[in-house]
Write a protein that binds this ligand. Sequence first.
Ligand code: PNS
Length: 163
Amino acid sequence: MRCAVYPGTFDPLTFGHLDIISRGAVLFDQVVVSILHNPSKQPLFSLTERMEQVRWSVRDISNVTVDNFSGLLVDYYRQNGFHCIIRGIRNQADVQNEMQMTQMNESLDSSVQTVFLPTRPDFLFISSTLVKDVALHGGDVHHLVPPHVQDALQNRYDQKRTD
Ligand code: PNS
């Protein structure tokens, strides 16, 4: 059974991420979407909230599960017996960053395999950072994120406005 990990911050999950997850699920027997738990960063959504959002969004894809990790990705990869890391590529900047990360991971463990999946043209411009900026300013994000995430963004920013 070929099992791939799709690691990321997912703060929040976007339709771009979901597209990569769906395509990974066709290529591999099992895909684990794993959310980085980095206590030194201040995400908009807690780890628990992000895990719940991703779980809700992948509920109809039977071979996708959700997990989290902290520390080095290669250690987590080895400990869980994964066969591959999946990363999505939108543009030249992503290629540059992802190549660097891949080579760093390979320098730490030469057995680690990574595949890059090109993002569908419809989603090339989407990033979690821009989605948050649009939502913060009251813009419509229904075409960028699943409905569950859209509601969570609206609630979080409404709450911040009244704080
Ligand atoms: O969604 P992101 O923020 O682009 O995901 C980046 C992620 C989580 C894949 C990357 O930061 C990561 O693997 N972090 C774990 C720490 C690590 O292994 N660092 C060394 C490899 S560059």
